[in-house]
Design a binder for this molecule. Structure first.
Ligand code: FMN
Length: 302
């Protein structure tokens, strides 16, 4: 996946998606004078988009919202297509089309508070329907083939503030970005933004990241200790070289001479083993080394 979100220098500035405002002409003007770091389209209905794809003779009903008249070329900034609707299959096909059109990302609108939209069960109504929200996100992820990042723009609750529950749900959906409008749906834009609730989402995200890392670390450690417990006796070696792939938490193990930390920590024990004929001690030495290695790895992997 080419995930432009990861390449943005912080802090970054985005032209928010605005229905009937951020059309292609407006975006082009903004590109020449404001130059935000990321552009968003207006929201585009996926049912309309799919209908157009199936009936090309009807011309453009909604797809004109996805025209890119040079704003990207002007400043080479990423542009995200925002979509809304109810049916996962419409989302899936629209996502594939948006990738084909060359957009840099897809954003799912889960925040629009307009009555006739939420009466259909779309946009911010999804805050109350996690099952459909999951299906929609999955359909977009599948439709886009994992080629571009998927994000959601939403609010902090429907009738009342529900940040913890809703944000925890969204942050578990393997999204590449999440935009929070710090008001509930009922509040529309009539009250000041609840900045502290946005802070809460950041804190939840940080906590979840830490837990994910710890889990990966645990898995790596388990994998390493179980592999080592077979490899070390098999090759009658006590020394290990570790390498960490830059892109993840995978750890490569190769047997050989290892640099200072492990070596110095284990040198005496190795000597003990060499001089000992006692198999029980040997086993203890091995167990100690593996435990010691795990401890070392937790620092190494951070
Ligand atoms: C005219 C208008 C149109 C909007 N259209 C969209 C839209 O299509 N999609 C979306 O996610 N948010 C939309 N928004 C919400 C904005 O992106 C942004 O979240 C909101 O304006 C921030 O709140 P504020 O207007 O009180 O500052 C719209 C806002 C306005 C004022």
């Amino acid at each position: 996946m080419k995930n432009f979100w990861e390449d943005l220098a912080k802090p970054f500035w985005i032209l928010a998606p605005m229905e009937d405002v951020t059309d292609t002409v407006f975006r082009r003007i903004i590109a020449t004078c404001g130059s935000p770091d990321v552009f968003f389209s207006e929201f585009v209905n996926v049912k309309g988009l799919k209908y157009e794809m199936e009936n090309p003779e009807i011309g453009q009903i909604v797809s004109h919202r996805l025209l890119k008249l040079g704003e990207k070329e002007l400043h080479q900034k990423p542009i995200v297509a925002q979509i809304w609707g109810i049916t996962p299959e419409d989302y899936r096909q629209s996502a594939a089309k948006i990738v084909e059109l060359g957009f840099d990302g897809i954003d799912i609108n889960m925040g629009c508070p307009v009555r006739n939209v939420i009466n259909q069960g779309a946009c911010s109504a999804l805050i109350k329907n996690h099952v459909l929200a999951t299906e929609i996100i999955k359909a977009v992820q599948e439709g886009s083939g994992g080629l571009i990042p998927i994000s959601v723009k939403t609010r902090i609750g429907f009738g009342q503030i529900d940040t913890e529950n809703w944000a925890t749900f969204l942050l578990s959906q393997n999204l590449q970005a999440l935009t929070i409008h710090g008001r509930t749906v009922r509040e529309e834009s009539k009250v000041p933004c609840h900045w502290d609730e946005i802070g809460k989402v950041v804190a939840i995200n940080n906590q979840m990241e830490i837990e994910k890392k710890a889990k990966n670390l645990d898995n790596s450690k388990n994998k390493i200790t179980s592999e080592l417990s077979q490899l070390l006796p098999k090759y009658e070696t006590k020394n290990v070289v570790l390498g960490k792939f830059k892109s993840g938490n995978e750890v490569e193990i190769s047997l050989g001479k290892f640099k200072n930390e492990i070596e110095t920590k284990t040198e005496n024990e190795i000597e003990t083993k060499k001089n000992s004929q006692n198999e029980e001690i040997n086993q203890q030495v091995l167990a100690w080394q593996i435990a010691n290695l795990s401890e070392f790895l937790s620092e190494f992997l951070e």
